[in-house]
Design a protein around this ligand. Structure first.
Ligand SMILES: Nc1ncnc2c1ncn2[C@@H]1O[C@H](COP(=O)(O)OP(=O)(O)OP(=O)(O)O)[C@@H](O)[C@H]1O
Ligand SMILES: [Mg+2]
Length: 374
């Protein structure tokens, strides 16, 4: 089936990236590989969040899919069409990039509708009104781009990408300039619209709450590679490596040095002067590991630690809204941990506590590769 450009309802399509790489060449200087062979298979109508620190290659990846940047090697497919070398206008990809130019002499309404009118899309004005209402920007329709704030421009750029009703929608930090409450509302609306219209969508974001709440699946990027691709639950509950464990989760996961002990049958990990049982089988007695425990999964109790238990002393404690938060110094190691405690509990500095976490919520990682040990 060939894609028609003048459709009003897009048919959801899959998007596949096959070993995609991008090497930037700079005059006289060394080349820089920004994207290092990524593989992604996105189902028709799926919403993917691309999450990762600054400079990890998120924008470069989107720009290659949009055709705004050449591909060094690898392939991009929409459905069964290879689009790797097609010009941007022939790809069937809609972009809502932050820097996407609006035409200054046209009103916002005209900016949104001229493409639709040119293509004789039926009920173009109705579509523009609907999207404007859903993104809470009806009052912007008669303004010119120059008079808009950056948050308003961003909504217009998002609306313009949405009204085009592309089979593939690429959004680079689409909500970054909105204030906190508008950001939440527009985020919800974006997800509802995405479901209704069925665009296969990639949203780039720095914000993990946004990524976790929007995405069907999350691709976590690190230095030009995809460190993990999975549902939000998979990425949060079953991190593939130390980078993902450290990047996803707020507050950040605690990471401690430990040594595996298997001398009494069931494996445990020695941290400082005590041990905690772990649910891991592929580790050897005496193996050095990095131990990851989330603040939400860590339990402390004031009972003096009996021999063999991991103990820690409270450095500070604060009551937050729904829980408390304690920072503790772990006995016998030069490390502190952050622990979230039930709202009704209270601790004071120098309290000595037992530290514990359910075995299946203690993650072990190879200290050299960062890979998860299972
Ligand atoms: N045109 C270019 N020439 C050379 N290097 C570039 C070019 N564009 C990007 N880079 C480099 O490629 C890497 C990835 O950049 P990219 O813009 O894709 O990162 P990003 O993940 O979108 O970051 P951010 O979250 O800050 O937007 C960075 O190190 C950047 O400096
Ligand atoms: Mg970017």
């Amino acid at each position: 089936m060939t894609a028609t450009r003048d459709r009003t309802t897009s048919v959801a399509q899959s998007l596949t990236l096959e070993h995609l790489t991008k090497t930037y060449m700079s005059r006289g200087r060394e080349s820089f590989q920004a994207v290092k062979g990524i593989e992604l298979d996105i189902a028709p109508g799926e919403l993917i969040a691309l999450l990762g620190p600054s400079g990890c290659g998120k924008t470069t990846t989107l720009r290659m899919i949009a055709g705004l940047e050449t591909v060094t090697s690898g392939d991009i497919r929409i459905g069964d069409r290879t689009i790797t070398n097609l010009p941007p206008g022939k790809r069937g990809v809609g972009v809502g990039f932050e820097s996407y130019a609006l035409y200054p002499p046209l009103s916002v309404r005209e900016n949104l509708s001229y493409g639709l009118l040119a293509r004789k899309v039926p009920r173009a004005n109705e579509l523009v009104n609907t999207i404007a209402r859903r993104l809470e920007m009806q009052d912007l329709l008669d303004l010119r781009p120059a008079s808009l704030s950056s948050g308003q421009k961003q909504r217009v750029a998002l609306a313009r990408a949405l009204v085009r009703n592309p089979p593939i929608l690429l959004l680079d930090e689409p909500l970054s300039h909105l204030d906190a409450s508008a950001r939440q509302r527009v985020r919800r609306e974006l997800k509802v619209l995405q479901r209704e219209f069925g665009y296969t969508t990639i949203v780039v974001t720095h914000d993990q709450v946004e990524a976790l709440s929007l995405a069907d699946r999350l691709a976590v990027m690190d230095g030009g590679i995809i460190a993990q691709f999975g549902t939000p639950d998979e990425v949060f509950d079953d991190p593939a490596n130390l980078f993902v464990a450290g990047f996803v989760g707020e507050p950040q996961i605690n990471v401690l040095d430990g040594v595996v002990r298997r001398d009494r049958g069931a494996p445990s990990v020695e941290i400082g002067t005590g041990r905690m049982p772990v649910a891991v089988s592929s580790v050897a007695d005496g193996q050095a590991v990095k131990v990851g425990i989330r603040p939400q999964d860590t339990l402390i109790s004031i009972a003096t630690a009996s021999t063999g238990q991991v103990s820690a002393s409270v450095q500070y404690f604060e009551h937050l809204m729904e829980f408390g938060q304690a920072s503790l110094e772990v006995t016998g190691v030069d490390a502190s941990v952050l622990v979230q405690t039930p709202a009704q509990e209270s601790f004071k500095p120098h309290d000595v506590c037992t530290l514990w976490a359910p075995p299946n919520q203690i993650y072990l990682f190879d200290p050299d590769t960062g890979n998860r040990l299972r």
